[in-house]
Structure formats: C-alpha cells, structure tokens
Design a binder for this molecule. Structure first.
Ligand code: AMP
Ligand code: MG
Length: 411
C-alpha cells in the first residue's frame, strides 16, 4: 500500500510536521474536579480506580429461576418455588436444598443459588417448576466480574465519551478530575471576507473557514474564542493577536500564510513572538505556519476552505488533542479497496474527499468525488472521509488505500 519513496523537494512530509507539532505541544491546562454530567468531551487528568466491585453483587442476567445447579438432576427436574426476587429488592432469604426462586434481570441472587435458567425454558406446575439441565453459573453476573474494587477503571489521557460517562456513573463516581477545557482563539485573515447575511461588494467573498473551523474545534472539545476577522493591516493584526493571546491558551488563524503574499499577519507574529514557516507535502493544503505569540502557540492555516479543513483534520487535530492532555491523538486508517484509478503522480500526499460505498457483494470500496479543488467544500460535504494517496503513488482499482473517516477525525 505504501507508495514509492517520495522526492517532495523542499516540502515537509505530513508525518514529520505532525511529529514536530506534537513535540511542541504545550502541557495540558490546569486540572479541575467537576461533576460527571459536565464531563462529556473532557480529558481525564488522573487514572480512575473503581471504588466498587462491578457488579457489586451476584445477580441474574435473565428473567427466570435461580437455584443451586448441584440440586438439579443431569437431565433437568423439579424444584419447589419458595419466593420471588426482582431488581431493587433487598437480599432474599437463603435457599435450602431443592428450592428455587422466581428471579428477574438485575435482582440479587439469594444465598445458596449459583445458577439461573431463563423462564421460557422452564415449566411451572403449581408450587413447583421444572428446569432444564443447567451448568453452574449460567446466566449469573458474578460480583466483580467486570472490574474489581481498586482496579483501573479509566486511564488518564482518555477523552470522555458517552460510554465512559456511563461506566463512571455505574461505578458511582460523581466528580471527576479533568483538564480545564483548552481555550482556543480562532481568527480569520483576509480583507475580502464578509459574514453570511451581509451584502457583498465586488471582490468580496463570504467567510467560510470561521464557521467550519469553529465547528471542528467544538467537536474536539475545546472552548472556542472566536475573534472574527482580523483586518489585513499591521496594527490591527497586532492588536487582535495581542488580545487573543492574553485570553486564550492557543491561537489558530486561517489565511494570510501563503508564500509571497502581501499581508501583515506574519510580520505581526514575528514582532510579538516567533514564526516558523513550513511547506507541507499535503494536498489540499501546503502552507502551514507555526510559532508563538506572547508565549502562546500559534498555528497559521491555509485560507482555501478545503485546504483549511484538511489541514485542520490531519495536522492540527493531533496537536490540539495533545494540548488537551489526550494520549491517543492519531487516527487509525482503514485499508479499503479503491473504487477508482489514480494515475497521476504527485509531489504531495493526497487527502481526497471520498466515500465508502458498498458493492453488490456487500464489500466496501472507496469512491472519490470528481471535484477535488482546494477552494471548494462541496466534495467534503458529499464525502464521509479522506482517502490517502501517497506522493508518487499510483492507485489502480481494487488496490487497498487508507481511508480516514470523518466520524473519527471530527471528534
Ligand atoms: P490566503 O491563504 O489568505 O492566501 O487565501 C487563499 C484563498 O482562500 C483565497 O482565495 C482567499 O480568498 C480564500 N480564503 C481565505 N480565508 C478564507 C475564509 N475565511 N473563508 C473563505 N475563503 C477564504
Ligand atoms: Mg489572504
């Protein structure tokens, strides 16, 4: 799947740019202890050990009858039904030999019982129940079988999703130590930009990056501080950056970092901090600037909407996740057969807007949108991910290509 060795000239390979950025990622924000219900998307600052056994006691996994397996003949047989225990009931009285209780899912197993048989396999006859053969422990959730008291429940560096919140709640954890949300400044650069709803004069366009990038940032769990558009003028750029750096942990801008551009953003950054300019072997994308403003990391992304989107998803995302304290920051690509030929050899690694589509045999293949321009977003709206074609690589239909799903990249 990997293409021939790439000679991208002075272009920096994407993986190198990501590694460099991760190296420069700032330490995560301060730790705070907050209620569980506010923890969605936040990052655990410390390991959590379970304060309880899970389950806390032996209980039934079925609606049925509970008894001691050794009491039942090998071919099944009759037991006398001596009680009933449902979820939420306290401890039932202990069973004697040849006794069973009617039991419901989640109810505690009475002492003396070790096995449950589902009700649909039993036959009730008056005070007795006939139960089929059963092996010891069947349909019983044993105390501590999921996790034992004191054992690791979740590791520091984990971003909390719905299932982690559920697990913590299930263990009775009400307050969690997480990192404070990362405050990220978002600024757009370009005098041509107007906001949707405003009239456009000749030469003007609508600001699309502001909305697209803010949405990405929110999906990654950061607190977005949107400063709108910075006028392409030195004093205004300097003022906007100074204000943003005083209020945020990290700064992101889009536009104004292309080579040879007549703009003031780079000059303002150099005056306020430092600037490093990279040309990445990525398409869409290429220009990427990294530096700091008054001690706060800054990333300057390309202005073209699709280039901004892809650069943000591929290069900026790992950096922002790491700056939030997340341990696992790189997406896991799927290897999927290509439903296309890609015959042109490129100096840059391609991140093509693509879709998984099932064939007649049910097998998935990757399809490309025909319009892969870096200025246009329609392809990304049609797509549900990015197909990666290495620089200099040719792809023939059915070759495996890497596919990065938006579902993963946008969270
Ligand atoms: P730049 O990187 O500033 O040279 O911009 C490259 C291209 O992207 C130009 O066509 C800009 O008009 C366009 N562009 C820059 N910023 C934005 C934005 N926020 N929304 C939409 N297009 C933009
Ligand atoms: Mg510009």
């Amino acid at each position: 799947m990997s293409g021939p060795v790439c000679d991208s000239g002075k272009l920096m390979p994407v993986d190198e740019a990501i590694a460099r950025l991760l190296d420069k990622a700032p330490p995560p924000p301060p730790v705070q202890k907050i209620p569980l219900e506010q923890c969605l998307g936040r990052v655990l600052a410390a390991d959590i050990h379970s304060p309880v056994n899970l389950p806390a006691w032996d209980n039934s996994a079925m609606d049925g009858y509970a008894f001691k397996a050794a009491d039942l003949p090998q071919a099944g047989g009759y037991l006398s039904v001596v009680g009933r225990v449902a979820a939420g009931d306290g401890e039932a009285s202990a069973l004697l030999a040849q006794q069973a209780v009617r039991i419901f899912t989640g109810a505690p197993l009475p002492a003396g019982a070790d096995t449950v048989v589902p009700q649909e396999r039993c036959r009730v006859e008056g005070e007795r129940v006939w139960c089929p053969p059963a092996s010891v422990g069947e349909h019983v959730r044993k105390e501590g079988e999921e996790i034992r008291h004191g054992h690791l429940l979740l590791k520091a560096g984990k971003r909390l999703r719905a299932q982690e919140l559920g697990l913590l709640a299930g263990a009775g954890v009400a307050q969690v130590e997480v990192y404070r949300a990362l405050r990220v400044c978002l600024l757009s650069s370009g005098d041509e930009l107007r906001e949707p709803g405003e009239p456009l004069a000749p030469g003007q366009i609508y600001n699309s990056n502001r909305y697209c990038l803010a949405a990405l940032l929110r999906g990654w769990g950061v607190e977005v501080h949107d400063y709108g558009v910075m006028a392409d003028e030195l004093t205004a750029s300097r003022d906007a950056l100074t204000l943003a750096s005083s209020e945020c942990d990290l700064l992101l801008t889009s536009g104004g970092v292309s080579v040879g551009e007549e703009d003031h953003l780079k000059q303002a950054i150099e005056e306020l901090g430092s600037l490093d300019f990279w040309r990445l072997a990525i398409q869409p994308g290429k220009p990427l600037a990294f530096g700091e403003v008054a001690g706060k990391p800054w990333i300057g992304m390309p202005g073209n909407p699709s280039a901004a989107l892809v650069t943000a998803l591929v290069v900026v995302r790992p950096f922002l996740l790491r700056a939030q304290g997340v341990e696992e920051v790189l997406p896991l690509p799927l290897a999927v057969p290509a439903g296309f030929d890609w015959l042109q050899r490129n100096k840059r690694r391609q991140y093509l807007r693509a879709r998984l589509s099932p064939g007649a045999d049910g097998q998935l293949s990757v399809e490309l949108h025909p319009q892969q321009s870096s200025a246009m977003l329609s392809a990304a709206c049609w797509a549900d991910g990015l197909a990666v074609v290495e620089c200099e690589q040719r792809v023939l239909k059915h070759d495996k290509v890497r596919f990065l799903s938006f579902a993963e990249l946008m969270h």
